[in-house]
Design a protein around this ligand. Structure first.
Ligand code: S3P
Length: 429
């Protein structure tokens, strides 16, 4: 079993690095780029297991895609140029691939099947299948249509207005992609704002998308233009090093070229409320997305109550925020985060069980955690539960432990951040 040993004893983090490309935007670049007319060039692409699942899927749908490092060339086929895949599309570990493609494939003129790895096959798919079925989609799935593998017979869809019970960018994006083809105006109303990368990219490429508060509307659109797409670094990957620098005394790091989409910076807002020194500098824009550099210095953190509308804006950062809370003065409460239970693994259970092995004082809530801060943790042996974000959050916790920590099944970091352990070694000197 691949494992990584993290040396404890609070070595300061120093220097600068640029995180790998944003995973959410990279998925969208290959999926939506495939629907453009003409060539789409992408730079800053994150080449990791998850995004390669999306790229392979689009290749199976007949789109020529050439990936060289972080550059991608896509010969877009236009909205109506995809073709029937000869085999089952494998979304691997990627919920974004599975859910966005379910929306897209529902509206095509052919049959397709999608499956995924053992973790993805138990994750909920009903949240996209239900509204797509209301649009007229024909989808069959295991467990009464709730789980992968799915079989999709593409058909003509009609627009709906859908009030989503879950705050999920994947659900919203699946419906917007289906809405690109549906007759009429498709509307998605969210209970709380979620990342709007799909809306931004579709608008950037010329689609007719209207945002108004919690509502987003799309109509069958003009042809999408093949343009250059520049992808910024992933704030969710930056977050591990933001927390590592905050909790390890005498650290100072500069994280360059990070996407600071307002729906993604909840983690930074929370860590600042906890007393973290995090400065956003050199703000600019790239392909419709805000970008900046982030300066972080170690800080004395205090506990916080984390709940409500900020949760979807920090959903992928919550495991590492739980680690920050382990070193904060007082009792941190994370609530309203039940979505963590249906991620790549149950992240509430995984983080609680594994941090306890390192001596942390925390407990599970149905929808979050209660964490009592301490001065130090101790080294130990932890499992990643096969979940990239659990592996990286535990590695950050291990930097402030007394003694070494072994993280088992650590190779899953390649799902979103292939060079994670190398960056950590470099910044710790
Ligand atoms: C993502 C949306 C979020 C997030 C996931 C990526 C996306 O999931 O947790 O890592 O790219 O749209 P949900 O839509 O399930 O909340």
């Amino acid at each position: 079993m691949p494992q990584e040993i993290i040396k404890g004893s609070s070595i300061p983090l120093k220097g600068e690095f640029a995180p790998p490309g944003d995973k959410s935007i990279s998925h969208r670049a290959v999926i939506i780029g495939s629907l453009t007319k003409g060539g789409t060039k992408v730079n800053g692409f994150l080449s990791c297991d998850d995004t390669l699942s999306s790229a392979n899927a689009m290749t199976m749908l007949g789109v020529p895609i050439v990936i060289s490092g972080s550059n991608v060339e896509i010969r877009g086929k236009g909205l109506h140029g995809l073709s029937e895949p000869e085999n089952t599309i494998d979304a691997g570990n990627s919920g974004t691939t599975a859910r966005l493609l379910t929306g897209l494939l529902s509206a095509q003129g052919f049959f397709a099947t999608i499956t995924g790895d053992k973790y993805l096959r138990v994750r909920p798919m009903e949240r996209v299948i239900k509204p797509l079925t209301l649009m007229g989609a024909k989808i069959w799935g295991r467990d009464g249509g709730k789980r992968l593998p799915l079989a999709i017979q593409g058909t003509k869809l009609s627009a709906i207005s859908y009030e989503s019970p879950v705050a999920s960018a994947q659900v919203k994006s699946a419906l917007l992609l289906a809405g690109l083809y549906a007759e009429g105006e498709t509307e998605v109303i969210e209970p709380a704002p979620t990342r709007d990368h799909t809306e931004r990219m579709l608008s950037y490429l010329g689609a007719d998308v209207k945002k108004n508060g919690k509502s987003v509307k799309i109509t069958t659109g003009p042809t999408l233009k093949g343009l250059e797409i520049s992808i910024p670094g992933d704030i969710s990957s930056a977050a591990y090093f933001i927390v590592a620098a905050l909790i390890n005394p005498r650290s100072e790091i500069l994280i360059k070229n990070v996407g600071i989409n307002p729906d993604r910076i909840g983690g930074i807002e929370i860590l600042r409320t906890m007393g973290g020194f995090i400065e956003i500098i050199n703000k600019r824009e790239a392909s419709g997305e805000p970008v900046a550099d982030i300066l972080v210095r170690s800080s004395a953190l205090k506990a916080s109550e984390i709940k409500g509308k900020i949760i979807p804006k920090a959903i992928d950062e919550l495991p590492v925020i739980a680690v920050a809370a382990c070193f904060s003065e007082g009792e941190t409460i994370i609530k309203d985060a039940m979505e963590l239970r249906v991620k790549e693994t149950d992240r509430i259970k995984a983080m609680t069980r594994e941090l306890k092995k390192l001596g942390a004082d925390l407990e599970e809530l149905d929808d979050g955690m209660i964490i009592r801060g301490k001065d130090n943790l101790k080294g130990g042996i932890c499992s990643s539960w096969g979940d990239h974000r659990v592996a990286m959050a535990l590695a950050v916790a291990a930097t402030r432990a007394r003694g070494d920590t072994e993280i088992q099944e650590s190779d899953c970091v390649s799902v979103s951040f292939p060079g994670f352990f190398d960056v950590m070694r470099r910044l710790r000197g």
